[in-house]
Ligand binder design. Sequence first.
Ligand code: KET
Length: 406
Amino acid sequence: MTSHAAFPFAHVPPHAGDPILSLMEAFQADPRPHKASLGIGIYMDDGGRLPCLESVRQAETRLAQDIQPRPYLPMEGLAAYRGAVQRLLFGADSEALQAGRIATVQTVGGTGALKLGADFLHRHFPAAGIWVSDPTWDNHHAIFGGAGVPVRTYPYYDASTGAVRFDAMLAALESLPPQSIVLLHASCHNPTGVDLSPAQWEQLIPVLQRRELLPFVDIAYQGFGAGLQDDAFAVRALAAAGLTFLVANSFSKNFSLYGERVGGLSVVCADRATADTVLGQLKSEVRGNYGTPPVHGARVVTQVLEDPELFALWTAETDAMRRRIRAMREQLHAVLHDTFGSRRSFAYLLTQRGMFSYTGLDPAQVDRLREDHGVYLIRSGRLCLTGLTTRNVAHVARCIAAVVER
Ligand code: KET
């Protein structure tokens, strides 16, 4: 059929594919029974299944016993949810929280929080650029670049030592123009698994303050690093130091609620009046973007965060997820260490935190792992440990050894 459309879309270029989501599609299409998905950052249990948390199941059961209408939520989201998010991130006794100087909106996952924050900053600080760690989650580039905020990088990961290039990072931040934005991962750095220590945060914060930089904290893995409270260290230290900053949080991973899209954006302001004004502007960004956020996931999360019994259960479940990730690190390390002895060190597996390890495998080795063995990693060499199970970890370790040794 010939098209007479005025807009035939013939010039639209094909989508190059997202490095993470395209890999997940390729994995799903792979018929090999021993395939292993170590690509996308999704927490799987030891049976290789996406878990439904018991705390979530109980919250859903309670909600189902009293089915509620589903109105449009206010633009800023469910009030009880927003309060619960603030207490989880900042701590119930936070001075900033009690002073009412934090503007929090419910968002469409962590991605939606980052995009909303990017739109807000671009509108009110049109000259400001953002600096992200080298490397960072690929989508940070897409989200901020897409919102019109120029994206540049600061030094972060040292491939030769597996540590943070902390001095180089500080020196780079010292030289940024004032009113620049700095994206920081609160814990479980994606993709490297290498975090700043509390002492390094304490050194970094005065630099941010003195250089008049605006931190934008991404916290997508609270609970997977050292624990729910410890993983909020950076957020609480920034607030205690009196900085103004943004926080994008996600419940996708720690609640296993990926498809519900539950997150939040918090802007810590100098005083309550400014926070009220900022909240108004965040509402206006939401209105012009998607109107109002979805209701169900926020109700579930609120039930869990607000009920002491469910909160204790959820805490225990996040502890168990973190311990399983740690066990997989240790088992993968043990097999690789047995195979290579002192010829090659895999000690980074034990020092990195969270779901990801930067393996140092090059793209050709990653390609061979996928093609020859059905083991899927991101081409940067990022390995997601939650695709490992007690059944497949030794097999995967032998596959990694095979491509490293060749
Ligand atoms: N921040 C970080 C650092 C992050 O790794 C992700 C997701 C998000 C935000 C997004 O959160 P959400 O609530 O899903 O919008 N990362 C994994 C999944 C993905 O790429 O979409 C990943 O890196 O595999």
